[in-house]
Design a protein around this ligand. Structure first.
Ligand code: KIV
Ligand code: NA
Length: 266
């Protein structure tokens, strides 16, 4: 079991091998996900909602992500560990560097930040120049929930679609190694994936991304207390156990069976 690294992500895209990613927040789940062959684990700021019980990701602090990153890192052998920069931790390049350094020292191998505005691209360049691998995150960016007015599909109108395609190229140009696409129509995600020099990981972005990610709690069918988005699938029902659910997700992604039309937007 060769460990996943930043270069092996690019190799997977080149080889057309689908990447699998799940969120994890503790060592016990991390060990199970890693053993089941999940390529990337994400300590997402979704922990604000699924672990801390807030109704958005905005209250999450760098120290929260660092704590869970240290927990998850203890459970890993093969998977690559990505940690989110929480709300405003990327507001300036210096803040982003301090936060990312803390997360890498807690065990993360890459940090993820949302958006492609000028200061976001600057933060990506600043981190990458300082040997910190970065994942971008475009489409529905949950840290923008106040401006967006809710969690909605992005990139449906022509100008929004064009902007998203430009942003995807801009984050790669700035040095990002990975691009999460959240809640965008399948056709747009396909076009972005074909044009993108870096692997795309979809969530609610159709079957044609280079990989797929889900929030662990959604994969296990836990009630989030929120309306369940269309792209969510409970794999525990078919998997029969936590390990089985994770294996079912990995197999379905590798086989191109997840997401299907019922779990995508057109
Ligand atoms: O925080 C998170 O879990 C995420 C994924 C949904 C990609 O950013
Ligand atoms: Na996140």
């Amino acid at each position: 079991r060769r460990p996943m690294t930043v270069p092996t992500l690019a190799e997977a895209k080149a080889a057309g091998r689908k990447l699998t990613m799940l969120t994890a927040y503790d060592a016990g789940f991390a060990r199970t996900l890693d053993a089941a062959g999940v390529d990337l684990l994400l300590v997402g700021d979704s922990l604000g909602m699924v672990v801390q019980g807030h109704d958005s990701t905005l209250p999450v602090l760098v120290e929260d992500i660092a704590y869970h990153t240290a927990c998850v890192a203890k459970g890993l052998e093969r998977a690559l560990l990505v940690a989110d920069l929480p709300f405003q931790a990327d507001a300036t390049p210096e803040r982003a560097l301090d936060a990312a350094t803390e997360l890498l020292q807690a065990g993360a191998q890459m940090v993820k930040l949302e958006g492609a505005g000028p200061h976001k691209l600057e933060a990506i360049r600043f981190l990458v120049a300082r040997e910190i691998p970065v994942s971008a995150h475009l489409g529905l960016t949950p840290q923008s929930v106040l401006r967006l007015g809710g969690y909605k599909v992005q990139g449906r109108e022509d100008d929004a679609s064009r902007r998203l395609r430009e942003d995807a190229l801009a984050v790669a140009e700035a040095g990002a190694s990975l691009l999460v696409l959240e809640c965008v129509p399948s056709g747009l995600a396909r076009a972005i994936t074909q044009a993108s020099p870096i692997p795309t990981i979809g969530i609610g972005a159709g079957p044609d991304c280079d990989g797929q990610v889900l929030v662990l709690h959604d994969l296990l069918g836990l009630d989030s207390g929120h309306r369940r988005p269309k792209f969510v699938k409970d794999f525990l029902a078919e998997g029969g156990s936590v390990r089985g659910a994770v294996e079912a997700f990995v197999e379905a992604v590798h086989a191109g069976r997840f997401p299907d039309g019922a779990h995508s937007y057109e």
